[in-house]
Design a protein. Sequence first.
Length: 347
Amino acid sequence: MLKSPKLYSLLLRVAIASTLLSALDNSALAQNTKRSFSPQAAPVLIAQTEAQVALIRGALLFDQNRFQEALNFFESAVKLDPNLAEAWFAQGKALFRLKRQPESLVAFTKSIQLKPEFPEAWNGLITSLYSLKLYKELLEFSDKVLELQPNFALAWIGRGTALFGFKRYQEALTAVDKAIALQPNLTEAWSGRGKVLYRLRRTQEALASFDKGIQLNSEDFDSWYYRGYILDEQKRYEEALLAYDRSLKVTTADIASMPWHNKGITLNNLKRYEQAIASFDRAIKNNDYFSEFVDLTIADSWYGRGVALYSMKRYQEAVSSFDRAISERSDFADAIKARQIAQKWLR
């Protein structure tokens, strides 16, 4: 895996330089930005070359969560046609799913170098930098691009994402609002706006932003998932459950842990404990936790599972789940207390 800080600096310089090769025209971008980036977005091509055939075969495997096999085809596509931006983008999203973010950064940057007007690749670059917590680099990169192209909406999203990482939420809101002013149909801007507004405790406005993201792109995972999160907080459990279920229908989303974990919490609140256990089991099996709202791990899913079992008076199994939670996080106070309570029923 590529880890050198010098690599990141080099990649940023290459991406910035690529913007000098072409005047980025937002009117040209408008044709492409209705589809939001997510690591599951598949390239849309009609195969005319061997490289495109490999790309489409990889995309089919990617949609089946077979990421390593998909990557093999994407790499073949790049070898067959090194100038095919879509192949580099596809390689980046597969690497991202394989948790090889530094390498995905390389691929997304190459895609931008070849096709500066490629919105999904820009979002891939932003997502990779954010997931690596390279907020400073992302902010510097976005600001440099904005010096060159002040009306480039995706650079404003990059700036907002970096500021969100730094918890500078009001400034982040200004940035995403600027992106929306420039490109009103940009799904990423609306979902990003929703996250920022939630952090600013403006939850109803956040919900409205997520709803707008869904209106623009019914397959936007972030808008559905974070909508469910807010609805659950508002004790609107049935609506939250519908939102989580919809997020899980997005291609490849079912391999993430957070929607399954949060669905389990909602089902616990609805006292549908058997279904809650099944959801926690999926979250534990996937073991891929990431959320911009809360920092959870597999320990939390074991704890949630234990709560469901305890509520069903299956105390021995509950103790076993709490034990697993504590083994993952030795200072997990809630799990320690819950285990003690459950053990009393076994005496």
